[in-house]
Design a protein around this ligand. Structure first.
Ligand code: ADP
Ligand code: MG
Length: 142
C-alpha cells in the first residue's frame, strides 16, 4: 500500500496504526535516504507499542532496545556497517523474539526468521512523503 503524509505527525500516525496490529516476531525494514523519515516512523511505532521513553536515532549505538506494554522494540541502524559479515558480532539473531518487533534502518542483514515487512519512504525536507508498505496485509491499517 502507498500512503502520502504531509507532516512528521502524519508519518508517526501511520506507524502508530501499524504498531497496533503487530503481534511480535515481526521484522520491519525501513528504506529511504537520510532525512526521509525512518526514525520519525520508528517514533510512531514506539508510541503505538506504548513506549514512553523518547526514541532517538541509533546511528552511533547501532541498537537501541525499548520495552512497550505488550512488546519490546529493537531499533537497529546499520548505516555504519560495511557488510553483512560485520552484523554477526552485533548479535542481531538474538533479537528476533516472539514478544519483540525488530526495526532496521539501512539494513545489511539477510538471515531473517520471517519475511520482513518493507517500508520505503521517499521525499525530503518539507516535501510530502510517499510511504510504500509491503509485506503486510492492508487490513492491518483499518
Ligand atoms: P531518517 O531517520 O530517515 O534519516 P528522520 O526521521 O531522522 O529521518 O528525519 C526526518 C526529518 O524530516 C525530520 O526532521 C522530520 O521533521 C522531517 N519531515 C518533514 N515532513 C515529514 C513527513 N511527512 N514525514 C516524516 N518526516 C518529515
Ligand atoms: Mg534515522
Amino acid at each position: 500500500m502507498i500512503v502520502l503524509t504531509k507532516t512528521p505527525q502524519e508519518t508517526e500516525d501511520l506507524a502508530r496504526r501499524l504498531a497496533g496490529r503487530l503481534n511480535g516476531g515481526e521484522v520491519i525494514l525501513l528504506h529511504g535516504d537520510l532525512g526521509a523519515g525512518k526514525t520519525t516512523f520508528t517514533k510512531g511505532l514506539a508510541a503505538g507499542l506504548g513506549i514512553s521513553k523518547p526514541v532517538t536515532s541509533p546511528s552511533f549505538t547501532l541498537i537501541k532496545n525499548y520495552r512497550g506494554d505488550r512488546l519490546a522494540l529493537h531499533h537497529i541502524d546499520l548505516y555504519r556497517l560495511e557488510s553483512e559479515a560485520e552484523t554477526e558480532s552485533l548479535g542481531i539473531d538474538e533479537l528476533f523474539e516472539d514478544d519483540a518487533v525488530v526495526v532496521i534502518e539501512w539494513n545489511k542483514y539477510r538471515a531473517f526468521p520471517v519475511p520482513p515487512v518493507s517500508v520505503t519512504i521517499e521525499g525530503s525536507g518539507d516535501e510530502p512523503r510517499k510511504i510504500t508498505i509491503e509485506g503486510i496485509d492492508e487490513s492491518a491499517f483499518n
